[in-house]
Structures are given as C-alpha cells and as structure tokens.
Design a protein around this ligand. Structure first.
Ligand code: ZN
Length: 544
C-alpha cells in the first residue's frame, strides 16, 4: 500500500527517472505514514513502478505527454484513486523479467522507470542513506556497538547527523518537483516533504529496537545513540552558496568547515530559485558512491550525586594541587571520592563542586562539607539505596584521610540548592591560636562576650592571584576562647560563610580589621584550623 494519489503520479515518475530511491519518492510525495518506510525499499520500488506503469497503460497515455493533457486527466477521472497497486500484474512481470523486451506492451513502462538496473544506483537525494544504510544489517551494527559499550538503559534515542550538502540536494530535488507541482497547480509546502532524518529514524528505530531485544527506541531518552554520515565525494556541492550567499558563511572559531548544516539551511532559505538553478543542477547529478557511516557514538546524560565529606588530613588539598605544571600533593579530596564513584557508575569523567572549600592544612570535621559531582557519560545511571550505601563504604574504606556521608543521587536542579544563599549560611571553626605576649585565662575571657563583630576584609594576600581586590564585610557571630597555656588558646568561632579565619587571627598586615592582634594587643598567629560544621541543609541527611 503506497498511499499515493493519482495526482502524485507525475511526481513519482519524475523522481524515479531523476534517480531518487523509493523512500525518497515517498518523502517528496509527503507520505507521512511510518510503516510505508519500513517496507523493504525494493518492494516499494516495484510498487512505485507498478503505480506509474499501471496507469500509464490504463490511460494509454505516453509518459512524455504534453503538459496540458496530463493536467486535464489528473483532475478529471482519477482524483480519489489511492495507493492500491492497481498495476500489480504488470509490475510483477517487470520484476521477474527485468529485461522483458519480449513483452512489448510493457516496453513503454520499462522505459519510463528504467527497471533494468538490478543493482539500484545511489540515490541522488539521500546519497544512499535511505537505501542500504537504512537496513537490518546497519541496525545490527548499531546494536553491536551499543552492546559492546555495556550501557545500562531502559530506552534510547537514535540521533542522526547528515552531511550538509544533503540539504542542497534536497533543495534541488524540491525545485525539480515544484516545477511539476506548479504546472499542475498543486499546492504543496516544502515543509510537508518528509525529511531524510525522519524517514531514517522511522525505518531504523524499529529495526534497532528489535536487534536490542525490544528496548524502547523513543524520541526522548537520557541515552543517545548517534550515527553520522559523511560523503566526501559531494562536499563541494555546498561551495557555490558561499559566493551566492556570502553573509551566511562567516568563519567560526571551533568549526572545521564554514559549511555547517545550519549555515547551509539558512543560505538555502535566502537564495532565489533562479540563482540556485544557475549554479546547481536540478535534479542533482548522480553520485558514484554512498555515504560513509562514521563511528557510532553512545552518550548517556550526566548523573548527579551529592553528599558530605570530612577531611582529616592537614596535607590534603580539596582539588589536585598543581603549580607550574608540577603536582604538589599526591592526592586530593575530590580524587579520593571520585575514583570509586567513577568505577561504580562507569563514567568517563566528572565535575566536582562543594559548598565552599578549605585550605590544604585545614581539616573539615563535624557533619562535613556538602559536595556534588556531575558524572559525565555514565554507563550505569541507577544505583539502589543499598548500592549507594555500598559505594559510600568503598570510598570510606579506601582512605583514612576522608570520610563521606549522605551519599545520594540528586537532580541537576537540586544541585543549585547547594550554592544558593551560600553567603548567608554560617560556618563553625576551631582555631589553635599562638600569642607572642604571655596570657592568662582572664586575658581572653572578654572574647566570649563579643557578638556579631563586623569585619572589613581586604582580599587576603594569599588569594589575591585568583580573587578580585575588594573589601568584603563579614560577620563573626560568636566566639569562645579556651585557655591552653600562656602562649596558646583554642578559639571557637561561628561566622558568616566566606569569612577568612586565618586573616582574622593574624590580621594579614592590617588588611583585616579588626583582628585578633588588635583585640589582644599582641602579635597572634593561627597554628591549626578545623571546620567544625558547614550549616547548609543540603543534601538531605540519610540515617546511618
Ligand atoms: Zn533516497
């Protein structure tokens, strides 16, 4: 069943004799019934030939009939005729006896659609993509590749990338058809023509689904399988557009060629039919070879995980510490966490972020610091609560320098909660402070009474290379001092997030005002610092 109407006949004839494949003929006849594309193209081709021949015979009308007469019969007698293969018997004979010169009554028909080619030539419109590149064998290749990558997925989306010159060929075919349409006063919009991409998907989706044992091949899925076709032979097809529509092809930094699909489509929208036809044949010249399929790309959308970490080491940076290309510390918090996570999700890479960060020599104790990771191209995306617990154990057993809790999969949207309002949050610290002047416990007792002390912090010298020079106001909400010996005391602080604690203690050459030196009227320094808590209520805690 071709679902073609009598009025389509001259178009079918025209396209077949121009070297369009069966599926492309359906496309230009605006057949949008997916099943029509799933049939073996050879079968469709025979039906199309039958459709054309059958009625040519029936009408006793030679193919190259004067335009006028064709028009009149189109409107008159066969208006409502549909796709039924009314030309079936002659069609069969054409098929079985390709060089049926002994069948005189079919000679005309044979001449019309040239059924002598047993090997179908490469389609002028799709460059072979809807021919052998859209077959069960190709579907098997795609599924082999997907299986080899060992992704876990419930559904997949098939995407296809086509050479840009296909748009030029499509336009050329369209103009060829349009001429016929105009002569017949038929109104068809170019947008009604089924795109190569669509026809490819309609055909391949079900084939790939079958090869993968019934996996749903859908239009939206976190798992994408991309096929790409190139056709170097006809790459130059686009080039005339650069002179005809120069302003559409501006060189861009990252693109290899200015002839991107987008630019070509834009140029084709602008160019007049007359100018196009002056530079490019309509219908397009037949190609020698089919498109070449490139590597099949599998890509799973990112998975996000979150949790809290403790850092127990004073020689562990949060992220790899590299100065002048040289690594300074052998590991980092993010690497210690990432290694087991990446192997569990079988991801290609990650991005790590956290609610603030601590210096290499600062420990993070208490409930830990919230962090999140974006896992790139994970081959596994679903872990049960039990699996996540197991993963957390693996991380915690791998090193005594860090510990992770509340590890969970989160949404991309939820991740933003970690960053929002970060500056308004409070953080608690404990600092070991040294004083130059000997002190007694009575000398530091007044510190406990200080509430909501506002500091003016000029960007610390040690971070000036990465942060803009500014004076930032930060609030120390509460402090508590515990005497240790005449030169040492423990200082507990609760501060607004973003307060530089080290600078508050040693003063940073007066860049932080007031500071502990001013308050105690002696030189003071900070020997050790621990983050006791980061009061961000995300991610939700998970009971142990
Ligand atoms: Zn084609």
């Amino acid at each position: 069943m071709l679902r073609l109407k009598e009025k389509d006949k001259p178009i079918v004839q025209k396209l077949l004799s121009s070297g369009c494949c069966a599926r492309c003929v359906l496309r230009f006849c605006c057949v949008s019934v997916q099943a029509a594309y799933r049939k073996p193209p050879q079968e469709t081709l025979e039906e199309l030939r039958a459709f054309v021949c059958g009625d040519t015979e029936k009408n006793g009308e030679p193919r190259e009939a004067p335009e006028g007469s064709a028009e009149s019969h189109d409107v008159a007698s066969h208006d409502a005729t549909v796709s039924e293969p009314h030309g079936a018997p002659p069609n069969k004979r054409v098929k079985l006896e390709p060089d049926g010169s002994d069948a005189p009554e079919e000679e005309d028909a044979a001449a019309v659609v040239e059924p002598k080619d047993e090997e179908p030539s490469v389609c002028v419109a799709c460059l072979g993509i809807l021919q052998e590149l859209c077959s069960p064998a190709e579907a098997a290749k795609i599924s082999e590749r997907v299986k080899a990558e060992k992704y876990e997925f419930d559904s997949l989306v098939l995407s296809v990338s086509l050479p840009a010159q296909l748009c030029v060929r499509e336009h050329s075919c369209w103009l060829h058809v349009k001429k016929e349409l105009r002569e017949k006063s038929m109104a068809v919009d170019k947008d009604d023509v089924v795109q190569v991409k669509e026809a490819f998907k309609w055909t391949m989706q079900s084939l790939v689904a079958k090869e993968l044992g019934g996996v749903a091949v859908v239009t939206r899925s976190p798992f994408e399988v991309g096929v790409e076709f190139t056709h170097p032979e006809t790459d130059a097809d686009c080039h005339f557009l650069a002179t005809a529509c120069g302003d559409c092809f501006r060189p861009t930094k990252n693109k290899q060629s200015v002839f991107t699909r987008m630019a070509v489509v834009k140029a084709l929208e602008k160019i007049s039919d007359a100018v196009f036809l002056k530079h490019y044949a309509s219908p397009p010249a037949p190609p020698k070879s089919s498109c070449s399929p490139q590597n099949i790309q599998c890509l799973h959308t990112c998975v996000f995980i979150a949790g809290r970490y403790n850092k127990f080491s004073r020689s562990l940076p949060q992220t790899p510490w590299v100065i002048d290309g040289e690594r300074r510390m052998e590991s980092s918090v993010e690497e210690l966490i990432a290694a087991p996570v990446l192997s569990s999700f079988r991801a290609d890479g990650f991005n790590f972020s956290s609610s603030g960060r601590e210096d290499v020599d600062v420990r993070t104790l208490g409930n830990g610091r919230p962090f999140a990771m974006e896992l790139l191209n994970p081959h596994r995306s679903k872990l049960s609560n039990v699996d996540m617990k197991q993963l957390q154990e693996t991380i915690n057993n791998s090193s005594d320098k860090i510990r992770v809790r509340d590890l969970q999969i989160v949404s991309r949207e939820a991740m933003s909660r970690m960053k929002e309002g970060e500056e308004d949050k409070t953080k608690s610290y404990t600092a070991l402070v040294w004083t130059q002047k000997p002190i007694g416990s009575q000398d530091i007792a007044f510190i406990d009474d200080i509430k909501d002390l506002t500091l003016d912090q000029k960007t610390p010298l040690r971070v000036l290379h990465r942060r803009a020079l500014a004076v930032r106001q930060r609030v120390v909400h509460r402090m508590n001092a515990r005497f240790l010996d005449p030169h040492h005391f423990l200082l507990q602080l609760q501060t607004q997030a973003g307060t530089y604690i080290k600078e508050f203690v040693h003063g940073d050459f007066g860049r932080t005002k007031p500071n502990m030196c001013v308050l105690l009227d002696t030189h003071t320094d900070i020997l050790e610092l621990d983050v006791e808590s980061v009061d961000v209520d995300w991610p939700p805690s998970i009971p142990e």
